[in-house]
Each structure stands twice: as C-alpha cells, then as structure tokens.
Design a protein around this ligand. Structure first.
Ligand SMILES: Cc1ncc(COP(=O)(O)O)c(C=O)c1O
Length: 382
C-alpha cells in the first residue's frame, strides 16, 4: 500500500525504549560506590533500593535479583516444590522455562479471552494431587483473578505466586501489586518502566520464603561455615542498583505520560473496526507499560501479521507478544505437557495480539501519527 511521505516515519519507532538517567545524575552514585570499593554483594545502594521498594510496594520483604528469570527460578526452588505447576502458556518464555529448569512440569490452563490472565475455573478443574503451586502471570500489568486463585491455593494447601514482570506500580482494589499471593516476581529489565537495566526482585510478606531466597541468590550460603542450600549467583550489583534508585525517583511522571499515550491510542483506535483492547479486571489500575490490540481479521480486513508487516514498512516496529504461546515452542515439542495442552483461547489471542509502541519519551504526535497509519491501513485493507 502507498502512503503519503508525510505519513511515514523517517526513522524506526521502536515498540519500547529504556527510561535512562543522565550521566550527571548517575555519576555521583557510582562515584560513591567506587570510592567505597563495594560494587556488589549487598552494598549500600543495593540496600537503599531494597528499602525504597519495600516502602513503595508496601511489602515486608524484597529480594533484589540479577534478573526476573533468576527471581522466578530461585523462588520456585525456595518453595521446595515437586511435580506440577499450574500456569499459563500466554507469557514470555522466562515464566515457563523457569518452571522446567526448576525440575517441575507446567500444567497449562487456558486464559480468559478478554483479559488474558489464567482462567481460575479451568485451574480448579485441572488441579490434582501432584500440583504443588499455582503461578499466575499479571500479563501486560493486568492482575489475575487474585481472590479465586488465592482461594484455590488455600483449599489445596499449595502456594500461589505471581509473575508480575509487567505489573510494577499496578494496583488491584487500591492495593499495589507486590504483596499478593505467597510471593511475586518483578523484572527490572531495560524494557520495563522501572528499570535497573538488568535486574528483578521477589517480594513477599512471608519471612521464611524471604530467608531461604536470600541464601539461594548467594550460592546457598548461610554463614561462613554453612552452605545448606543449592543456590546460584543471583545478586544485583551496586551499578544496577544506582539505575534503580534513579528510576524510582522518576516513576510518577513516567506513569503519567504512559497513561496519556495509552488514552490517545484508545481514543483514536476505538472506532477502527476489528481492533479489540485488553479488558482490565474490575478494580484494577494498570501502568500502561504495554499498548496491545487484538486484530480480528474478518472485521479489520487484514491479519495481525499483515498489520505488523504494513506498519514495519512505515518504520513502525510492533511486537507479536506473546506469539508463539509456550505450548507451541520447538523446545517443548516432544514434551507431554505441551503436546497434551488444549488452549483454544490462548492460541486465538496469540494469533491476533500486537504490541504497539509505547514508552515515556515517545511523542504524543507520533502516537497520533501511528493511529492515523493504522486507520488508513485498515481503510485500504480490502
Ligand atoms: C512475563 C515475564 N516474565 C519474566 C520475564 C523475565 O524477566 P527478565 O528479563 O528480567 O529476566 C519477562 C521479561 O520480559 C516477562 O515479560
């Protein structure tokens, strides 16, 4: 399709861009760490960040980690689980790989076709004796059915944990995400709205989980003379903590900007036939870190892949998150848990979903232009 030159972007607009501090903001913190000659192993900046997050997330314990995947993996190990873990295939590879790497087997349940979170009714139907944990994903910041999953965990005496990689500063019923279930895991990767460049955290109100994790992220060491746990090196360095402290300071304006951009997308795209937005759980407040649309090909006139390609031609880079869903990864093609998974809604959403560019430094006029492009692609679709 031909676009007028003024409609195109001269340079690529990426789906996300990191929120970075200036070198001027960063250097005093780094300089102090260098002067102290403590650049990792639970230094002052690390401890300040843990404290800041405890306060911001209203949770008793925070364990900072070198990334969210490590946090997930070591949390699963800290819980001493066996057998199967109920989870979703509509997620980033890290969720399911962490389960498998921890020696556990995913038991996939389908998602709600409107909010994309784990279907609690299906989880209840599939729950059996060898299930030792429920792992929900607060996907694109939308909280899971926290009450239903919590009740299910309680009834069966198993922990409920959340992959909250997308859900920093999201809320559910006036409570900030971080203190729900037995523990939650965040990613602080550079693509996230709160970032330590690489990093993550496990948050919990359970002291036992906290103490076990503290050891597991430090090679399983308890004291100079005692190594009771099989742990790894999951620590966050002082340099990464410095980025985190500065990112925490800026979170308010970032959230405000993302909300405005998301509002603009929603307003300008709501009239486009064949585009569906993720539904938020009642009582939730998302952080707008992701701007997703589902492309319904019959009504839109093009498939998701065709829209993805058409936007790419105009230098607008979108992402098919999360496609393929985990039960369709090549690495699990011979695994019984993937082959036996029947997840029609997961497959449907994965075929249609598209993440549009959104990040704090994106100009509103660029969002308007992207919406204009999508409208004209749709109009010319047939
Ligand atoms: C849902 C989900 N879980 C886990 C992760 C892994 O986080 P990290 O990249 O910090 O290891 C990601 C990363 O984007 C994610 O999207």
């Amino acid at each position: 399709m031909r676009m007028k030159t003024k409609d195109c972007f001269a340079q690529e607009v990426f789906v996300t861009r990191p929120n970075l501090p200036s070198i001027g903001e960063l250097s005093p913190l780094i300089r102090k760490a260098l002067k102290r000659r403590q650049v990792t192993n639970f230094g002052e900046l690390h401890n300040q960040l843990e404290e800041g997050l405890r306060e911001a997330l209203g949770v008793k314990h925070v364990v900072l980690c070198c990334n969210g995947t490590m946090g997930l993996f070591l949390l699963l190990r800290a819980l001493g689980l066996k057998g199967r873990v109920i989870t979703t295939a509509f997620t980033f590879p890290a969720t399911v790989h962490a389960v498998v790497m921890a020696g556990l087997e995913p038991l996939f349940c389908d998602i709600d076709p409107d909010d994309y979170t784990l279907d609690a009714d299906e989880a209840e139907k599939k729950l059996r004796k060898d299930v030792s944990c429920i792992l929900g994903v607060n996907v694109f910041g939308n909280p899971c059915d926290i009450e239903a999953l919590g009740a299910l965990g309680k009834k069966h005496g198993i922990p409920v944990i959340y992959d909250s990689a997308h859900a920093f500063f999201c809320r559910y019923k006036d409570k900030i995400i971080g203190g729900f279930g037995d523990a939650e895991v965040f990613s602080f990767h550079a693509t996230k709205l709160f970032s330590t460049i690489e990093g993550g955290a496990v948050t919990t109100n359970n002291r036992e989980i906290y103490l076990r994790l503290k050891e597991l992220i430090n090679f399983g060491i308890h004291s100079e003379d005692s190594v009771p746990g099989i742990g790894l090196n999951g620590k966050l360095s002082e340099i990464h903590a410095a980025f985190g402290l500065l990112s925490l300071d800026r979170i308010g304006p970032v959230l405000k900007k993302l909300q405005a951009l998301s509002g603009c997308y929603r307003q300008m795209l709501s009239c486009v036939p064949g585009l569906k937005f993720q539904k938020s759980r009642p009582g939730s407040k998302v952080n707008n870190q992701y701007m997703t649309v589902e492309v319904l090909p019959e009504e839109f006139g093009l498939t998701r892949d065709q829209l993805h390609a058409a936007l790419k031609k105009q230098n607008v880079i979108t992402r098919k998150y999360f496609y393929p869903p985990a039960h369709r990864y090549e690495c699990y093609s011979s695994s019984g848990f993937a082959r036996s998974a029947e997840l029609p809604d997961t497959d449907k959403v994965a075929e249609r979903i598209l993440c549009l560019p959104i990040y704090a430094t994106l100009d509103m006029k660029d969002v308007k232009k992207i919406c204009g492009l999508i409208r004209s692609i749709q109009k010319n679709a047939r």
